[in-house]
Design a binder for this molecule. Structure first.
Ligand code: GLA
Length: 631
């Protein structure tokens, strides 16, 4: 008896201590409140979804926290609610949460816990899509590039190197979300297992592995898979609700789903409201009336729907992905998607027409539409000084020396994690000139220099250049840009960047490289301030950093940078990467969130690869380029 009492006291003590420790964290404030709650979550036992035993229709919209400034999360969610939606769906990007193996980040724009709390406060249920692969036009479909250091890596399979990394990540991620599950009083009503695995389907055991990895860590809510028509049959797993993705409804779709899984509620997990854009292409738009009529058809059939995207936001930084089927095409910075809310969160005709339609599915009137968030223009950025990349190199520390080229991911930098994003400069000494050939080993494109003078650019298509014949030894410099790793298709395992093999001069492979890792992260950009910058009248050619002041005299508001006249590069605001620009379009403006500006002088740093524009202006609306209807 006494031993039993002691055991109980010890347990209580342990519980008390755990609560005390937890109470110092945000999660800790939720856990005590939710410990004693138990609700019946979403059920899909027959053709109707039930939540707490009441029939519901999921009216969902996708919005990804990592694509929207934190200060706007609530605004966008209120706009969802006012449009008649009851559910928000979000992916979780592993590459941002674990930028280096074992080093996790859930702060700021990555604070998933806060995002889920805001959703709950606004009154939205959540469908969580933790991947680990998320596709989503995101670099390597959200997988961290350090996985590719293993030359035998097989992503999205039960290859040990992949499963161990996934388990370690889920050990960190899942405990952060379990208290936000519906059964525990939180907003998460369902969790997706992987993403469109049926279109990949390389390993018959993989989906079970992911399912177990979720459930064994405390995921209790309804599990679902999400596939397009072609992947549907290969993507489903036992005990998990299959859902479907499409843009245009085909009469056979629902009966096909029924043949795979009968007497279950139908959920269109991704109804594509628009589409994404590639550099060099057009800005895609999808007809509003076609969208409304399809959403209406789906709802008339008694099905549930999630609009992908409801609000796309921005691929800040170097995060946009790419496709590579017959040719490699990288995605632009904006993820506007022609969605019901624009990249900057403004209303569109899609929004209003959708609201009209969805209001019919509510008994009570919808909440009023929240006011527009004002946009501002702050005139011209006062460009002040420049700094050639060649001058920066002297102070980036000793370059890596290697006889043969080393790809980005395998460079001995970042505590053994390699380089993930940005540029890498490879320098070798050559004698004379002749044909330079990449034999397809430049990923994804490079500008080539002889003693800092540009001799041209190479990419997947243009693989050779003439190096002018001059007697003597000179430096050949290859500035390679990683334009974004493929996020969909069978090429995931081969997404290593930089120089991925030998490059040749007169058919002889170049040797003895000096390699500079230029990931252009915030520390790197802030570090440039201690460099010796020159007056703007000097050097306006070649890869150069430019700096200027963006003056904000009042409370900062959202604005856009019009990149007219600039050729190709990246813009940083107070050290934060706003994304890439490129004069091949279609996108011409970069979104600048007001919450990233401060009153007074804001520092704009531009890395321009070719030639600076004459000026740089802020404007109060975006221009995403010539449009093309999605067919
Ligand atoms: C698929 C994926 C999404 C996204 C869309 C296209 O459905 O699941 O992540 O890539 O395609 O936007």
């Amino acid at each position: 008896m006494r031993r039993e009492r002691r055991r109980r006291l010890a347990l209580l003590g342990l519980l008390g201590l755990t609560l005390l420790l937890l109470s110092r964290t945000r999660l800790g404030r939720i856990v005590p409140l939710r410990m004693f709650i138990h609700r019946t979550g979403l059920q899909a036992e027959n053709s109707q979804f039930l939540l707490e035993d009441k029939p519901i229709t999921i009216l969902g919209g996708s919005m990804h926290y990592f694509r929207v400034p934190v200060a706007h999360w609530r605004d966008r969610m209120r706009k969802m609610k006012a449009c008649g939606l009851n559910t928000l769906t979000t992916y979780v990007p592993w590459n941002l949460h674990e930028p280096r193996r074992g080093k996790f980040d859930f702060s700021g724009i990555l604070d998933l816990g806060v995002f889920l709390e805001v959703a709950a406060e606004v009154g939205l249920w959540v469908i969580l899509r933790p991947g680990p692969y998320i596709c989503s036009e995101w670099d390597l479909g959200g997988l961290p590039s350090w996985l590719l250091r293993d030359k035998n890596m097989q992503l999205r399979t039960t290859y040990r190197g992949f499963t161990e990394a996934t388990e370690a990540y889920f050990d960190e991620l899942i405990p952060k979300v379990i208290w936000h599950q519906y059964s525990k009083g939180g907003p998460i009503i369902a969790v997706q297992v992987e993403n469109e695995y049926g279109s990949y389907a390389k390993d018959a055991n993989y989906m079970e592995f992911i399912k177990t990895a979720l459930v064994s860590r405390g995921i209790e809510e309804l599990l679902l898979t999400s596939d397009n028509k072609d992947g549907l049959s290969a993507g489903t797993i036992e005990g998990v609700l299959a859902t479907i993705n499409f843009q245009k409804i085909e009469p056979v779709l629902f009966s096909y789903l029924d043949s795979i899984q009968s007497n279950k509620p139908v959920l269109v997990m991704e109804y594509w409201t628009g589409w994404f854009d590639h550099w060099g292409g057009d800005h895609h738009v999808f007809d509003v009336d076609q969208m409304i009529s399809t959403v209406s058809d789906v709802l008339i059939k008694g099905a549930s729907i999630n609009l992908y995207m409801f609000h796309g936001g921005t691929n800040f930084g170097f995060m946009s992905g790419a496709l590579h089927f017959h040719e490699y095409r990288s995605d632009v910075t904006s993820y506007d998607y022609d969605a019901p809310l624009t990249e900057a969160g403004d209303y569109t005709s899609k929004y209003y027409k959708l609201r009209d339609l969805l209001s019919k599915y509510h008994v009570d009137p919808l909440p009023p539409v929240p006011p527009l968030i004002p946009k501002a223009t702050y005139g011209a950025v006062e460009l002040k000084r420049c700094l050639s990349l060649w001058d920066v190199l002297a102070s980036t520390g000793e370059p890596i020396r290697s006889e043969e080229p080393i790809n980005m991911e395998n460079l001995p930098v970042n505590d053994g994690n390699g380089q993930s994003y940005g540029y890498t400069l490879y320098e070798a000494v050559i004698y004379g000139g002749g044909k330079f050939h990449t034999r397809g080993n430049v990923r994804d494109r490079a500008q080539v220099f002889v003693s800092t003078q540009s001799v041209g650019s190479v990419d997947y298509k243009n693989q050779e250049l003439d190096i002018p014949e001059v007697p003597g030894y000179r430096k050949l410099q290859i500035l390679v840009e990683n334009c974004g790793r493929v996020n969909y298709g069978n090429k995931l395992d081969t997404q290593r960047k930089g120089l991925v093999g030998d490059v040749f001069l007169r058919d002889v492979p170049l040797r003895n490289f000096k390699i500079y890792s230029l990931d252009m992260n915030q520390t790197f950009i802030n570090g440039l301030n201690s460099q010796h910058w020159s007056d703007l009248s000097e050097g306006k050619w070649g890869p150069t950093f430019y700096q200027g002041a963006l003056r904000v005299n009042s409370q900062p508001q959202d604005t856009f940078l019009r990149m007219k006249g600039w050729k190709k590069g990246v813009v940083f605001l107070n050290g934060k990467n706003l994304g890439r620009y490129w004069d091949i379009g279609p996108q011409e403006t970069l979104y600048v969130p007001g919450s990233w500006l401060w009153p007074g002088v804001n520092e704009i740093t531009i890395f321009e690869e070719y030639k600076a524009g004459e000026s740089l202006y802020t404007v109060d609306s975006s221009f995403l380029g010539r449009t093309q209807y999605v067919d």
